[in-house]
Ligand binder design. Structure first.
Ligand code: SF4
Length: 243
């Protein structure tokens, strides 16, 4: 079996497997090279498995792009990892595929989900450009909500953490962040607000955009804490943000 995988990188005991292809087109995406399935990036899973065995990592992060899009290859790799390693298995996802998430949880193939919460309903299409002629953004958002419901039911079996990128002009108002807080209320999980950092972005018009200040993000977090005191929200500083 083959998978579209653009990169496998090891650092300090953590192996990161980056899948190509994504079902979203976030203007702020800083990995536009992973947005499409690129011809020539197909890798035999036996070669990927050999890389994992060589690295002997303590954690393996499956990211992208969107790893859940390549369901069969992902399942095969995770099953192999469970059988041949003791590594902690982590999925970094936009949570657009609830059926796959449910399958991974049922088979106990994942220890941790890192969920990228892009936007509340009203800002979802603006922040993701996920809607298409065939699948409107409302339907994609409804699938995301199904994923949240599945993860909520499973939160005593898997570790969860959420991140939201604060992008000036796209996703940055107190109303946006409070609407996300309403979706995440009741989860036993850390939620991190990350500042947009310029550089390479899918939409070239965002490349010169300034990052929001830490003070700006702190104010958003303060508003969330006032309205949802049980939410574990934190702010990632610009200095800690890797592009
Ligand atoms: S930022 Fe958006 S387009 Fe880029 S990989 Fe993540 S979900 Fe896909």
């Amino acid at each position: 079996m083959e998978a579209y995988i653009s990169d496998i990188a090891a650092e300090g005991g953590v192996l990161t497997v980056s899948f190509s292809g994504c079902d979203f087109n976030c203007p702020s995406c800083n990995t536009p090279q992973l947005a499409e399935f690129q011809t020539g990036e197909q890798q035999d899973l036996r070669i990927v498995q050999a890389s994992i065995a060589d690295a002997a990592p303590t954690q393996i992060v499956f990211t992208g792009g969107e790893p859940l899009l390549q369901r069969q290859a992902l399942l095969a790799l995770l099953r192999w990892c469970r059988e041949h390693t003791n590594a902690r298995l982590i999925i970094d996802t936009n949570a657009s595929k609830p059926a796959v998430i449910e399958e991974l949880i049922t088979e106990q193939l994942v220890d941790e989900f890192l969920i990228d919460v892009k936007a509340p309903r009203d800002a979802f299409d603006r922040a993701t450009h996920a809607g298409t002629f065939f699948i409107p953004a409302e339907q994609v958002f409804a699938e995301f909500l199904r994923s949240l419901a599945i993860l909520r039911d499973a939160q005593n079996r898997v570790t969860l953490s959420f991140t939201t990128l604060i992008v000036p002009g796209l996703l940055y108002t107190k109303e946006d962040v409070l609407a996300i807080a309403a979706l995440l209320d009741g989860f036993d999980a850390e939620w991190t607000l990350k500042p947009f950092i310029g550089g390479v972005t899918l939409d070239r018009r965002l490349r010169g955009l300034h990052s929001p200040s830490e003070h700006f993000l702190d104010n958003l977090a303060r508003a969330v804490r006032a309205a949802y005191p049980n939410l574990r929200i934190r702010v990632q500083s610009t200095a800690d943000t890797v592009v």
